[in-house]
Design a binder for this molecule. Sequence first.
Ligand code: NAD
Ligand code: 0WE
Length: 257
Amino acid sequence: MPGLVEGRNALVLGVASERSIAWAIAQRLAQEGAHLALTYQNERLEKNVRPLAETVPGTLVLPCDVSDDEQVAALIQSLQAQCGRVDILVHSVAFAKKEELSGRYVDTSREGFRIAMDVSVYSLVALCRALEPLMSAGGSVVTLTYIGSERVVPNYNVMGVAKAALEASVRYLASDLGPQGIRVNAVSAGPISTLAARAIAGFTTMLGRVREVAPLRRNTEAEEVADVALFLLSDLARGVTGEVVYVDSGYHLMGMV
Ligand code: NAD
Ligand code: 0WE
């Protein structure tokens, strides 16, 4: 039986370790017949990404720091030359300076605000624009967001504001690219213990809280996020664009927690 994304070319940004949400999505796409291109942010992370890529024969591995226009352009050039067409984009990238992820949002620096928005939001816009000509047979884009975009989560601070801008960008991009048959959606994941999340003080306490109050009474697994991303990236979701889909054990429903 052919896979849900059989023969499609998928570009996945945001693999940093085997625990990355991007890696769970990449593996699921490969299981369903996609050809993968994975990127790494820097040489340090290249050492993590190469061995993971080697577990999926035929996978391309390319550098891309999304804050660097030249690296984004070089990535698109390589894809153009080596794949011709791109069908799927997974954007699983976010960054704020560590000092912006504690204390009060009101103390966010101008530079801290700029960096969070540049890496976590503008990168999606730049990638969609650059990939539009390569998505010649239509395409599907998924990015990762978090409920801190809609509600105040202590210490999430400027990342929450960046995720709100990311979700708004999903809607504007969906409107711009819909006529070309390109869909753009977001998955809002519950807390998952990845490199980015584990760097946060009190993260383990947050996992426990979700287990207590979420309707499903458990934490979110990267594989659960990957299954919904796969759905959005496949033709099963051909009528869905501009949406934010929660994969969080139902946590976002609760009012008094
Ligand atoms: P992760 O640390 O595995 O992935 C974050 C990725 O961002 C890394 O691969 C890192 O290299 C990349 N990145 C940061 N700055 C970059 C830059 N300048 N250029 C290129 N890449 C850059 O952590 P994760 O939890 O898998 O995060 C992936 C996405 O999921 C992020 O958008 C995050 O906000 C989102 N998310 C995470 C959680 C969670 O609890 N883990 C929950 C909801 C949403
Ligand atoms: O989006 C995220 C994390 C994104 C993130 C993490 C880091 C840690 C290391 C962005 N930038 C950095 N910069 C670093 O220097 N999540 C949804 C996970 C997360 O992060 C939080 C959370 C949750 C949940 C930060 C504060 C409060 C809750």
